[in-house]
Write a protein that binds this ligand. Sequence first.
Ligand code: UDP
Ligand code: MG
Length: 321
Amino acid sequence: MKKPHISIVVPMYNESEVAETCYQRLKAVMEQYQEEFRHELIFVNDGSRDDTLSIIKALAKEDDCLRVINFARNFGHQIAVTAGIHRAAGDAVVVIDADMQDPPELIPEMVAQWKEGYHVVYGQRQKREGETWFKLATAKGFYRILNKMTEVVIPMDTGDFRLMDRKVVDVFKNMPERSRFIRGMVSWIGFKQKALLYERKERFAGESKYPLHKMLKLAADGILAFSGKPVEWIRNSGLVITGISKIMFFIWLILLILGDTSLLFYSGWHSVLGILIGTQLLAMGILGEYLLRVYDEVRNRPLYIIDEEIPAKKARTGPRD
Ligand code: UDP
Ligand code: MG
């Protein structure tokens, strides 16, 4: 059988402190297994403002297996991974972070499982080192809530560190949505998927490029793209609140007929009013989030804009080649 070709996609945003080590660690693993598979590395520079681009360009000059995609600006982690997957030529594609929190030494294990017939092998975190309690608690809570809310089963404690077979990649390339929650999209695709348990390490240099607002955006994308539950909640609370209001209205009417108007001036009404207005605004906000995403889709702009590709290719934009 012909040697399989494995593409490794690495998104990078301000990773000048880790880019070179990342390359070396990946390369060491790939060279160790060169009898078993060929490889290409695709580094996607997601609009870094530091030296990431010049570092990876210099590396690419020396190594034909390294391809660089440079975005015109920062489009975010999920989009950077998407662009890498779109450009990957391999029989299987591995996605891994640049900071080596996910050990590249596990890739051969993923490849072995793939050869056994699994189409997706995803890393599932058994332990996470060096993360703040806040990140651990929110991530844990998020995956549990997400699973209660979605019909697609999205594995717990799983990031984007995974191997995907060409079949899965080809389906993925036909999913043009803009709000991308890749781990959910891949679960949705199906085929034979398998977890590979591992311990997530500390970032070996630099700081997290996922500030709270990016984490919240990812969480919202995950929930809103895979669940209609928030809309059901709005409908149900609307039903309950109108039901209660009707009962209250009748009580008020009866009291009025009986000549007791003291309830009219009952100060608790203010807080009731506050709750009602608050609930309405919250409901509108949730619906607005769905609407904004619909708006994003219908505008149909390209998912990302590529400034430069090395080795040089005709500049292309958008999800399809
Ligand atoms: N990343 C990116 N664009 C962004 C933010 C992050 O390409 O806007 C990359 C980053 O360089 C890294 C990966 O996504 O390779 C994961 O980011 P990070 O390690 O900072 O996230 P954390 O592990 O803290 O969740
Ligand atoms: Mg990280």
